[in-house]
Design a protein. Structure first.
Length: 360
């Protein structure tokens, strides 16, 4: 398989350009609202800046796998459609940070914290935390609405089937997020429950549904979408399992999040579920009690030691490798048996490696 001479940096820049242009149009629409609208748009611009653009890439190359690599006006239209998924992603991050009471995102203040600080610094009336929460809810909602608008106005003819997939995707990720919140509140999740959260909160909307949206824009039928699921769903699960490892063992300098952030937030991830089932009883009790509470650097190191000693870290690495192999086998079948574009499959193989082997 070839990689079509794909330049990931140029692709990310292209996605950013489409997002910037779209937000410029929104700024004109909202100009009459004055300085508060400026602050709203400024934060929206900040939260859609940067990132790995995996969702946009899987959408673009899902289209290309079915219809061939687009050129000219079609390429620009597919890029706009792909960029819409980055608005969906930004919405999810803003809401997720609020629900998790996270302080930072990508090395800057999380949206609710930034508006909270602005309220406090300006000496406004009322509760700064409540103001920050309200701002985050509204910005996340606005980004979610804009995702639909950008897809609908991308310039391609077959947006209807793609919008149907986007509707399903939004329902899945919101319901998955609620499942995650409920699991944390109950303070328990076995491996099967944790995998369900992972699948619906992240795996589907990160890779499977972006592939489906791209393919639907290319005119794919339901059988083709099912075949893409055989590639996208295990890869999405591997992607999130890698994220779970980084949430505990990642370097803050590259992740942009504090050390052991998932432990402090009390995340009942697959990694934690494996650790609780595999650790010595005393260690399991210590880990379970520590989840969701403030931790010193030494305590974070102790929790990491418990997780590692339990075998959970190695087990999750094995899961990632196995799911990655499943995905690549499905990609090979798509190319060899079903005529998926060779160049697109080459790029998708590279994206699979990037998604599962990343360090941030």
């Amino acid at each position: 398989m070839t990689d079509a001479g794909w330049d990931p940096g140029a692709f990310r820049a292209g996605v950013q350009g489409e997002l910037d242009h779209f937000l410029d149009l929104q700024a004109v629409r909202l100009a009459a609202l004055g300085p508060d609208a400026d602050r709203l748009l400024a934060e929206a611009r900040a939260v859609v800046s940067g990132g790995k653009r995996f969702r946009a890439a899987f959408c673009y190359w899902g289209y290309s796998a079915v219809a061939g690599v687009p050129e000219g006006a079609a390429a620009s239209a597919v890029l706009r459609a792909a960029a819409s998924l980055e608005l969906l992603h930004a919405s999810a991050l803003v809401h997720d940070d609020l629900m998790d009471a996270s302080d930072t995102r990508r090395g800057r203040a999380a949206t609710h914290r930034g508006f909270e600080a602005g309220h406090r610094g300006d000496g406004w009336r009322g509760d700064p935390e409540q103001y920050g929460a309200a701002a985050a809810i509204l910005i996340g909602d606005l980004l979610l609405s804009w995702a639909d608008e950008l897809l609908r106005t991308c310039g391609l003819e077959r947006t209807g089937p793609a919008q149907d997939v986007l509707d399903l995707c939004r329902s899945e990720v919101i319901a998955g997020q609620f499942l995650d919140v409920s699991v944390q509140a109950r303070g328990h999740a076995d491996v099967a429950e944790a995998m369900t959260v992972l699948r619906y909160k992240s795996a589907k909307y990160s890779i499977e549904r972006p592939l489906h949206i791209g393919a639907a824009l290319a005119g794919a039928d339901s059988v083709t979408l099912d075949r893409l699921t055989e590639f996208g769903l295990p890869l999405g699960e591997a992607f999130q399992l890698r994220d779970d490892l980084l949430g505990v063992f990642g370097d803050p300098a590259t992740t942009g999040k504090p050390a052991g952030d998932d432990l402090v937030e009390g995340k009942r991830t697959v990694l934690v579920a494996h650790a609780l089932s595999g650790a010595a009883p005393a260690d399991a009790r210590r880990l379970d009690a520590a989840l969701g509470g403030p931790l010193t650097p030494d305590e974070v190191d102790e929790m990491r030691r418990i997780i590692t000693d339990s075998g959970a870290r190695d087990r999750v690495e094995e899961q990632i490798a196995d799911l990655g192999r499943q995905a690549l086998d499905a990609l090979d079948r798509g190319r060899e048996r079903f005529g998926w574009d060779d160049a697109a499959c080459g790029v998708l193989a590279g994206l699979a490696a990037a998604a599962t082997q990343r360090t941030h």
